[in-house]
Design a protein around this ligand. Structure first.
Ligand code: FES
Length: 103
């Protein structure tokens, strides 16, 4: 299936080193901003059912609020136990002050 860009949020609504949870096409997505760039991850920890958008951003990773596992925000790769599986990462971009996510 071909991915298309979807409007997700105002760019100004995502602070540097912060996260915003949104729902797009029925999918929960966590939007992050690092060094001025935006990144999008599936908004569910692969270890349990915690929302990564409720986690803490630190050193390019999001720390799960439930058991403190770590996920790389840029790639979705696991970076700290108990998370061992990757999180799906989506392409994201900023166009005219709006964040778009490819789904
Ligand atoms: S639910 Fe996220 S680390 Fe356990």
């Amino acid at each position: 299936m071909t991915e298309t860009w979807h409007d997700a949020a105002a760019s100004a609504d995502i602070a540097e080193d912060d996260v915003l949870g949104v729902t797009l096409l029925g999918l929960r997505i966590a939007l992050f901003r690092l060094d001025g760039e935006v990144f999008a991850l599936h908004d569910q920890c692969p270890h349990g059912r915690a929302l990564l958008s409720k986690g803490f951003v630190e050193n390019g990773c999001v720390e799960c609020p439930l058991h403190q596992g770590l996920v790389d925000i840029r790639s979705g790769a696991p970076r700290g136990a108990p998370i061992i599986d990757p999180v799906r990462a989506y392409a994201a971009r900023i166009v005219d002050g709006r964040v778009q996510v490819a789904l």
